[in-house]
Design a binder for this molecule. Structure first.
Ligand code: HEM
Length: 474
């Protein structure tokens, strides 16, 4: 019978002993991705843990993850039917809905929207780059004033506002001042989003924790509330701008496909949400690492000064000459792995990986950080060294950069990877050209963080002094 078959198959997956009721929840610790890698050393790259009532398969290492996500892309394209996932983007999120015909259409529309930002010579692409330059130059001024009189500051909030403004300017034709308290509060709440949907969150796997007062219930209620507030904000802007708006025009031009207006709103909401937290987190780590590794910062500044000069700002046209800057971005992605585990997946049918059978509808955690520290792929994986990505001629080694896994792979691969790289390049090129980042000599700069869908650096302070007169525009 089916029950006996399932029991037999389940036994075949290795994994740690699971306690009644909680399973392995108490063993995950503060850094679940590190725990997952440690467990892989004992049980192999494909193993099973139990969280509350869910059996979950954890995938680790370059080989097993690529085998699963690329060779069996359809089987791993599902999302679990978690209650928290249904609260995102008014219940119509593409990112958090499972594999279906409708999801495929929704993803296609979101992809073609983003293509407008990166296709050569398009107006949207130029507008996008223009907004990044405007926000980056504004940041330079803000960093300068926050560093006045020898002060040190945490750049986190300013970076979040800057990243949010790029996408709001593009979507709604409106940006918000760094002093706009209402906007800052909204963004502060969105920053907490990843606590609930990150792999290892207990909100969905132990539903009974939601029924009486405890910290998990508080996180869940906050999550519902922040999603409502955020989606209301997006909807009010979308409704206001439906007639004139560039991005909505692109989405709805594609729209004769059975998706409703609600799907347009959720596409805008998905794209803004996905781009906001990831980009600001990336920039946050980049600033911290520049201050922590002054020799690397000096090499970056010398490279940019040599290729761009001091009398104009860097532009996208400089990118091919600034391979070391791309190398720095890739090394930050690899070394920090600031999206350590993907959004949880689920299997759409029975599937075998690394010789082990995984049943249909199994929740799957994909430990990206284990790929980025896999000793079979990387020499000295625990050393931060951007130059590992340059070949003998100083060019970016594409084979090596392709080995970094932060945008996932297969059918659920991030659709914003190209514009994310453009945005990071422009922000960083301008910030490094204009500012010198320094740590407070009386404090050690640590790399501690809080865990969630993205890793957030824990409180630290730096200064960012101007490297000469600021240049506004090129
Ligand atoms: C999904 C990473 C920026 C849009 C994802 C996923 C990861 C990721 C790990 C989950 C993949 C999976 O579940 O297997 C990143 C990183 C970024 C970034 C590291 C920046 C450094 C962006 C931007 C956008 C975007 C700028 C759009 C403007 C999306 C969307 C999905 C997604 C829509 C959902 C795809 C799906 O479920 O089919 N991203 N992302 N991302 N990302 Fe990104």
């Amino acid at each position: 019978c089916l029950w006996v078959r399932n029991l037999r198959l389940k036994r075949r997956l290795p994994g740690p002993f699971a306690w009644p009721v909680v399973g392995n929840a108490m063993q995950l610790g503060q850094m679940p991705h590190i725990t997952f890698s440690r467990l892989a050393k004992k049980y192999g790259n494909v193993y099973q843990i139990r969280l509350g009532g869910n059996d979950i398969v954890v995938l680790n290492g370059d080989k097993a993850i690529r085998e699963a996500l690329i060779e069996h892309s359809t089987e791993f394209a599902g999302r679990p039917d978690f209650v928290s996932f249904q609260a995102v983007s008014g219940g119509n999120s593409m990112t958090f809905s499972s594999y279906s015909k409708q999801w495929k259409m929704h993803r296609k529309i979101a992809q073609s929207t983003l293509r407008a930002f990166s296709s050569a010579n398009s107006q949207t692409k130029r507008a996008f780059e223009g907004h990044v330059v405007a926000e980056a130059t504004e940041l330079v001024g803000i960093f300068h004033s926050l560093s006045a009189e020898g002060r040190y500051f945490n750049p986190g909030h300013a970076l979040t506002v800057a990243a949010a403004n790029v996408i709001c300017a593009l979507c709604f034709g409106k940006r918000y001042g760094h002093e706009d308290e209402e906007f800052k509060t909204l963004l502060g709440r969105v920053e907490k989003f990843g606590e609930t949907v990150g792999a290892g969150s207990l909100v969905d796997v132990m539903p009974w924790l939601r029924s009486f007062p405890n910290p998990v219930r508080t996180i869940f209620l906050d999550f519902l509330d922040l999603n409502r507030q955020y989606f209301d904000f997006i909807q009010s802007k979308v409704v206001a701008d439906r007639e004139t708006d560039a991005i909505i025009g692109v989405i709805e031009a594609e729209g004769n496909t059975g998706l409703t207006e609600a799907h347009t709103d959720s596409t805008v909401s998905d794209l803004i949400g996905a781009g906001l937290d990831t980009i600001s987190t990336a920039l946050h780590w980049n600033c911290l690492l520049l201050a922590k590794y002054p020799d690397i910062q000096t090499r970056l500044q010398e490279t940019i000064d040599r290729e761009v000069g001091r009398d104009r700002l860097p532009t996208m046209e400089d990118r091919s000459a600034l391979a070391y800057l791309d190398a720095f971005t890739y090394e930050t992605m690899r070394y920090i792995s600031y999206v350590p585990v993907t959004i949880p997946h689920s299997t759409t049918s029975d599937v075998t990986v690394d010789g082990l059978l995984i049943l249909k509808d199994t929740v799957v955690f994909v430990n990206q950080s284990s790929v980025n520290h896999d000793p079979l792929t990387w020499k000295d994986p625990h050393v931060f060294d951007p130059s590992r990505f340059l070949d003998e001629d100083g060019r970016l080694d594409k084979d090596l950069t392709n080995n970094v896994m932060i945008f996932s792979a297969g059918k659920r691969r991030c659709i914003g990877d190209q514009i994310a790289k453009v945005e990071l390049f422009l922000f960083l090129a301008i910030l490094i050209h204009q500012c010198h980042f320094e740590k407070n000599p009386s404090q050690d700069l640590h790399l501690n963080y809080t865990y969630g869908l993205t890793l957030k650096p824990l409180d630290y302070k730096i200064s960012a002094k101007l490297r000469g007169e600021p240049l506004i525009g090129t």
